[in-house]
Ligand binder design. Structure first.
Ligand SMILES: Nc1ncnc2c1ncn2[C@@H]1O[C@H](COP(=O)(O)OP(=O)(O)OP(=O)(O)O)[C@@H](O)[C@H]1O
Ligand SMILES: [Mg+2]
Length: 504
């Protein structure tokens, strides 16, 4: 037996100490690396056919932001399926999820790789992965020893998850089924500001308060609204979206409250308004700052009395709707300027949530970059999308006026640029692949190294636009309006462009 009683005892002790889960996991990973001698170690959480890194050692920091789908990672899929310790042969053909992500060994080819699945009862809850450059590195450990480590680590992970669940059970939220959590898009981030925001979201989700979500463009306000809804007791009921900026005053009232047949010329059918659709659920009023004053008065009435009146209907109807509103404006200023009703402002902002800009989130930029690299990799069917040190530094230095949306687009564009002329699909993103709005002007004498050879600019531009539209559309589940928003295009213009490019 090559593991001593002392070293095993140390693991057990490590797992009990530590102030936070994060600390405990980090310590476990370090101990394992010392024990097994690997070059890269990761503790992963398993949920909804996806592995999410909880702690890493010897891997690029952006790995913490990556989410590994089983369907896109045969090696992890094998670990999830195995039910026991997996030793991959050094010449395994299966791509390694950490290809290009072990800082001092960017050319990870022949190596030893171990996967230890972690179970609670019969359920897979996570995995430990250990990679080493020496192909024979782990041969002297017996399966029994590795199983023992799995059991210890699984116990620790399970305890941490149970504790987390207990901590998060605010009284009102207990009725919401926990499984709905995985439906809402995940908010990647470990910075102090984001941890605080996540805590506030959890607290407010369990209450039935209206929430005003503020923050610059692209910071994730819509994501916050989704998280509040899916963490609330209303999660099983609809979350209805309405963009107040895209609402011509003439149709706004019927959009919100519905109308009856014959209410006005052209009203040939009954129409259900958004409030009715959201009954027992949540109504998300995006860009609330743009709501016309006349409608502000009507909205206030609903919030005060809980009943709505369809256009053309004398009777009123009770609805039970929770309102979440978002704005990237300073609503208080709007109130002072007389463009927004003070009473409505106070009703909406019972619980204000501010989403911090990306430039105030420190290393979250790196995590998010990893998150979007992995997304682009899967979408474009590439083997690897990794950031060079220089690229990572560039992203960290930039101030991201368009926040997460801008980062997402920047990484996506960079990957598209970098992949031309790379048939092997192993992409290294370099600074020249990014054209950040305010970054220092590139000197003319220094041509972009990666610029593909183009013989016809028009065709090349069309190709590029076509690729972007197709992939953005795919990421928006085929929704053209969402795609247009994402690309910051008018939807009619997008349709025209798509038609010209033959995408439609
Ligand atoms: N923490 C995060 N982790 C992962 N993705 C995120 C995060 N925050 C935002 N995103 C992604 O960034 C994009 C922009 O987010 P979202 O649409 O929620 O921003 P917004 O604040 O509503 O923007 P706008 O003010 O322009 O309406 C979306 O694709 C969203 O999924
Ligand atoms: Mg939005």
């Amino acid at each position: 037996m090559s593991l001593s009683i002392t070293s095993l005892a140390n693991i057990a002790i490590d797992l009990q100490s530590g102030i936070s889960h994060q600390d405990r996991f980090a310590r476990l990973i370090r101990t394992l690396r010392q024990l097994l001698g690997g070059d890269a170690t990761a503790l992963l959480r398993y949920e909804a056919r996806q592995f999410r890194p909880l702690a890493i050692d010897g891997l690029a920091q952006d790995v913490l932001g990556r989410r590994f789908d089983l369907d896109a990672h045969p090696r992890l899929e094998a670990i999830a399926r195995a039910g026991d310790v997996v030793r991959f042969p050094a010449d395994s053909e299966l791509p390694d999820p950490y290809d290009g992500l072990i800082p001092d060994h960017t050319d990870l080819k022949v190596h030893a790789c171990l996967g230890l699945p972690l179970f609670a009862d019969q359920n897979l809850i996570g995995a430990l992965t250990v990679d080493g450059m020496d192909p024979l590195q782990f041969d002297h450990f017996s399966d029994e020893e590795l199983r023992l480590i799995s059991v210890l680590a699984a116990g620790a992970l399970n305890n941490a998850l149970l504790m987390e669940q207990l901590e998060n059970q605010t009284p009102a939220a207990t009725s919401a089924p926990i499984s709905t959590k995985s439906n809402s898009a995940e908010m990647v981030g470990l910075s102090a500001g984001m941890l605080q925001l996540k805590k506030e979201i959890e607290i407010v989700a369990g209450s039935d308060l209206n929430v005003l979500i503020t923050g610059e463009t692209g910071v994730g306000k819509e994501l916050v609204a989704r998280a509040i809804h899916s963490g609330s007791a209303r999660a099983a009921n609809p979350l209805v979206y309405l963009n107040c900026a895209a609402l011509p005053e003439s149709v706004a009232e019927s959009e919100l409250f519905g109308h009856v047949k014959g209410a006005f010329t052209g009203a040939i059918h009954h129409r259900t308004g958004k409030f009715e659709m959201a009954d027992n659920g949540t109504l998300f009023l995006d860009e609330i700052g743009e709501l016309p004053l006349t409608l502000q008065a009507k909205l206030l009435r609903v919030l005060q009395y809980g009943d709505i009146q369809r256009v053309g209907d004398d009777s009123s109807q009770r609805v039970n709707v929770r309102v979440l509103a978002a704005t990237n404006r300073d609503l208080k200023q709007h109130v002072l300027a007389g463009a927004f009703r003070a009473d409505l402002f106070h009703r909406l902002s019972v619980f204000p949530l501010h989403v911090p800009p990306l430039r105030e989130r420190g290393d979250d930029i790196t995590l998010l970059a990893g998150f979007f690299c992995e997304q682009s990799r899967v979408k474009m069917g590439l083997k690897q999308v990794a950031l060079s040190d220089a690229a990572r530094n560039l992203l960290r230095r930039y101030d991201w006026p368009g926040n997460i949306r801008e980062l997402e687009h920047a990484l996506y564009r960079a990957t598209v640029l970098a992949r031309s002329g790379k048939p092997d699909g192993e992409i290294w993103l370099q600074p020249q692949h990014f054209q950040l709005a305010d970054s220092e002007p590139k000197s003319v004498s220094q041509p972009a190294v990666s610029a593909p050879l183009v013989d016809n600019l028009r065709t090349a531009t069309d190709d590029f636009q076509r690729q972007i539209i197709i992939s953005t559309l795919a990421s928006c589940a085929g929704n053209w309006a969402a795609c247009a928003r994402q690309l910051q295009l008018d939807v009619a213009n997008l349709h025209r462009l798509a038609k010209r490019l033959g995408v439609k």
